[in-house]
Design a binder for this molecule. Structure first.
Ligand SMILES: NC(=O)c1ccc[n+]([C@@H]2O[C@H](COP(=O)([O-])OP(=O)(O)OC[C@H]3O[C@@H](n4cnc5c(N)ncnc54)[C@H](O)[C@@H]3O)[C@@H](O)[C@H]2O)c1
Length: 308
């Protein structure tokens, strides 16, 4: 298949590109390089530097003729979505609509799209399933969710197929320490430089950490399955931030103690997500344990430090 991966120079997008190429698909990446890096992009992919809001976006579609679009490009910062909701909506909503218009005009068959656990706010019950009520606390959650509706509308109006994945906290190599769910990247850097990690709150807050290569596998599967549905991509495992520190200490052989600071406004207490729906509809399962994923992540940051 010929696939466009938007945001393919970023963290998750670049792993999806690798997965597609490993499985013999032809991949074109578009990225405005705001947060992406050329070194993340697989050498076998074609990289085009363009913003999804660019009026000439259609030219890429006309020239390349894609079967599937995997749309990872986004404004991903929750604070930015609060400080500059217009920029957030311009990229995440209007930019996505421009992309969907190109998909419609140039006969793309399917769009794969990542939504986020940011749409749930403080959960009403755990684990969060796909029917959990929405309770968005920031513009980012609103913009990510709005696109879910647009995808459904484009499917009804034009037969454009889609798969929506609601990722839990994705972690792994190439993650920027400022990104959504970037706690693993931040802690990796702290541990490799022997500095105490900082925890906001008492550390008993929990998250669901899903490894980026498992996420990439879900995006591979969606090329030919899971049409017109919304699926959590998660581990169904609740890990406290204190527990995360324990695993880092175990893997690095250190005994670092966290420094505790006041809980940040808006941080949710507990969250983990069920992957029952995707499990019942496909062969997808999270394959990486937290230890295995963190080991690979630490190795990545170790190499990065060596080459600096
Ligand atoms: N990281 C997580 O835990 C997580 C969780 C849920 C959902 N997501 C979603 O997954 C997707 C990828 O996230 P990520 O963590 O890899 O972030 P990332 O910032 O590493 O990747 C996003 C990429 O999009 C590019 N981009 C941003 N705005 C663009 C624009 N206007 N035009 C073209 N390119 C643009 C950036 O340069 C970057 O390379 C996003 O849609 C995000 O909302 C991420």
């Amino acid at each position: 298949m010929k696939i466009l991966v938007t945001g393919g120079a970023g963290f998750i997008g670049s792993h999806i590109v690798d997965e597609y190429i490993e499985n013999n698909h032809e991949v074109v990446v578009i990225d405005n390089m705001f947060h992406g890096k050329e070194c993340n992009v697989n050498k076998k992919a074609k990289l085009i530097e363009i913003d999804i809001r660019d009026k000439d976006l259609w030219r890429v579609f006309e020239e390349e003729k894609f079967d599937v679009v995997c749309h990872q490009a986004a404004q991903i910062s929750v604070p930015t979505s609060i400080e500059d909701p217009i920029e957030d909506a311009e990229i995440n909503i209007l930019g996505t609509i421009s992309l969907l218009e190109c998909c419609r005009k140039y006969d793309v068959k399917k769009v794969i799209y990542p939504a986020s656990a940011a749409i749930f706010g403080e959960p009403k019950y755990l684990p969060i399933d796909e029917n959990h009520p929405l309770n968005m606390q920031c513009g980012y959650g609103v913009t990510k969710h709005t696109v879910e509706h647009y995808l459904d509308v484009y499917n009804r109006l034009y037969g454009l197929n889609y798969t929506v994945f609601r990722y839990a906290n994705v972690y792994g190599p190439r993650q920027d320490s400022n990104g959504e769910g970037g706690v693993v990247a931040v802690f990796s850097e702290k541990f490799l430089s022997g500095q105490s990690p900082i925890i906001f709150g008492d550390g008993e807050q929990t998250r669901d950490f899903v490894y980026v290569k498992d996420v990439a596998k879900a995006n591979l599967l969606a090329l030919e399955a899971l049409d017109n549905g919304i699926y959590n991509v998660a581990t169904n495992i609740e890990i406290s931030v204190n527990k995360l520190i324990d695993v880092f200490n175990k893997l690095t052989g250190l005994e670092l103690k966290a420094e505790y600071r006041e809980k940040r406004f808006g941080d949710i207490n507990n969250s983990y997500m069920s992957y029952e729906k995707i499990k019942n509809s496909s062969s997808w399962r999270p394959k990486y344990t937290l230890e295995d994923g963190l080991k690979e992540t630490l190795d990545f940051y170790k190499n990065l430090q060596k080459n600096d």
